[in-house]
Design a protein around this ligand. Structure first.
Ligand code: PLP
Length: 494
């Protein structure tokens, strides 16, 4: 296939060139009816290709022309049998994978450190999760991947599981041993679904972890917007092999997709595929080199640590994406949240993620040498600065809690109802402090990284309540609950 072609983008350009008189949505009519200041900012060209599905432009829900060809080109580029464009991110990808692969009441093995959209998939599909424990790194205070041994043990203990769902890579760029897991899962006759939201670039460079499609996952998702050049919200769902029912998958996609997709977004997927297929290796080589250099420079700054190859091979760290730089700032006496805020306020630098110990800087094909230089300089200055209060000093609140062992990641609470049942049950609001023992009806997720601490149907334990209150104190944003300050929480009525 000719990967230089961008059939869908071309179809939009052809429509504009033809000078068609538009009597169709969107109502701004190629920008003419749009607020001028906004139109001038976003540009006439963008407005001109913001059109609607029609003959000659094809329909994302029922592709027969240029979108069909664009998706076939993407499938060839990623080594999939079929690829589907998504316009509501990997969030919808997770929901579609679950809806396509599992039925109400069926069991699916999932890592506990999944993105909250996986839980959305559970609520929608009515499937029951069997949680797999990811490997926990107490030093860096983060969860890594699930090991092949954990997957094998889960399948032995729960032979009724119909599918195994994995997150690889993690938000921090740690990848699982997908090939070994694929063999285990398929030998057991189960489906393998992979949330590869953070790894759309893996397939295009030998120095990156193996991609989910290359490893043989039945279904996998990529947030093309996260690490490649597509517009925000743009993602892809790849299908491979004979195990997933294609008719059902297509029916699910039709249910989840808007009938009025944003066409510049769809075109950006077509173009991002061309870019990767034709120049991906070169662009990624440059990115990887810049990220490796920056990681080495940051590691020379006293008090900072950016993990890398030295951790590869530890449990749950089969491989690493070098383009993610996790800067552990604990040694400077800052929490990741504080460091992130200082980077923004003092140096006008915004990182992707902050957690208690770390900040994560993404290096992508759009990251420049100048930007990398400024990041290093900012950290050098940050490390020289005087601290008024060291959050991790022996007398600091966090260090005391960490020492007493009362600030660990909470244990997975008992599941008292299926996520769907709890989500749809009669609920009431109760004081969060007094919610111990109640069944949670919402998903509570410190964001980023977006990994739920408690899911609908699970019991609110003292551990969970204590942990979330500390996260709030440390300045983390909590997503999911009705009351985002978490003074109250929605629980199942008893
Ligand atoms: C592992 C993982 N899966 C899925 C998603 C959702 O992706 P999107 O933002 O493209 O909807 C995220 C978002 O951060 C994520 O980290």
């Amino acid at each position: 296939m000719d990967q230089e072609k961008t059939p869908y983008f071309q179809a939009l350009l052809d429509y504009v060139d033809a000078g068609v008189l538009p009597f169709h949505t969107p109502g701004h009519i190629q920008g003419v009816g749009m607020d001028l200041a906004f139109r001038e900012f976003v540009g006439d060209n963008f407005c001109a290709i913001d059109l609607t599905p029609m003959p000659g432009i094809d329909d994302l829900l029922q592709p027969t022309e240029s979108i069909k060809e664009a998706q076939q080109l993407a499938a060839a580029a990623w080594g999939a049998d079929n690829t589907f464009f998504l316009i509501n991110g990997s969030t919808s990808g997770n929901q579609c994978m679950m809806m396509a692969a599992v039925n109400p009441g069926e069991k699916i093995a999932v890592p506990r450190n999944s993105h909250k959209s996986m839980l959305g998939g559970l609520v929608m599909s009515g499937a029951e999760p069997v949680y797999m424990r990811p490997e926990v790194d107490a030093e860096l205070r983060m969860d890594h991947c699930v090991t092949p041994e954990t997957v094998a043990a889960t399948l032995r203990e729960h032979p009724e599981v119909v599918a195994v769902y994995l997150v690889s890579p993690t938000y921090y760029g740690v990848a699982a041993d997908l090939e070994t897991i694929e063999r285990t899962v398929h030998e057991a006759g189960k489906l393998l679904l992979v949330d590869e939201a953070w790894g759309p670039h893996f397939h295009f460079h030998a120095a990156l972890p193996i991609s989910a499609t290359a490893a043989g996952a039945d279904l996998s998702i990529n947030s093309t917007h996260k690490m490649l050049s597509a517009f925000s919200q743009c993602a892809m769902l790849h299908q491979k092999g004979p195990r997933v029912r294609l008719d059902r998958l297509k029916a699910v996609l039709k249910m989840f997709l808007s009938t009025s997709p944003n066409l510049p977004m769809v075109a950006s997927l077509d173009v991002a595929r061309k870019q990767m297929a034709t120049e991906g290796a070169a662009l990624l080589s440059r990115t990887i080199e810049l990220a490796e250099q920056t990681r080495s420079r940051l590691n020379t700054i006293p008090g900072l640590y950016c993990f890398g190859e030295e951790l590869q091979g530890r449990a749950g760290i089969f491989d690493l994406d070098p383009t993610k730089i996790t800067v552990t700032v604990k040694g400077l006496g800052y929490t990741g949240y504080e460091a992130s805020e200082i980077l923004r306020r003092r140096y006008n630098i915004q990182v992707e993620l902050a957690d208690l110990f770390n900040v994560v800087a993404l290096f992508t094909i759009g990251t420049t040498r100048e930007a990398a230089q400024r990041l290093v300089e900012a950290f050098e200055e940050l490390a020289r600065g005087e601290r008024d209060l060291d959050m991790f000093a022996p007398s600091g609140i966090l260090e005391q809690r960490l020492k007493r062992g009362t600030f660990h990641l909470p244990a997975v609470p008992p599941m008292r109802m299926r996520p769907r049942e709890a989500f749809l049950a009669d609920t009431e609001l109760v004081k969060f402090r007094e919610s111990r023992g109640r069944i949670c009806a919402e998903t509570i997720t410190p964001y980023p990284p977006g990994i739920p601490v408690i899911a609908p149907g699970e019991e609110l334990t003292a551990d969970i309540i204590d942990y979330l209150r500390l996260e709030l104190k440390a300045g983390v944003r909590i997503q999911g609950p009705y009351d985002d300050k978490l003074r109250t929480i929605r629980v199942v009525k008893e």
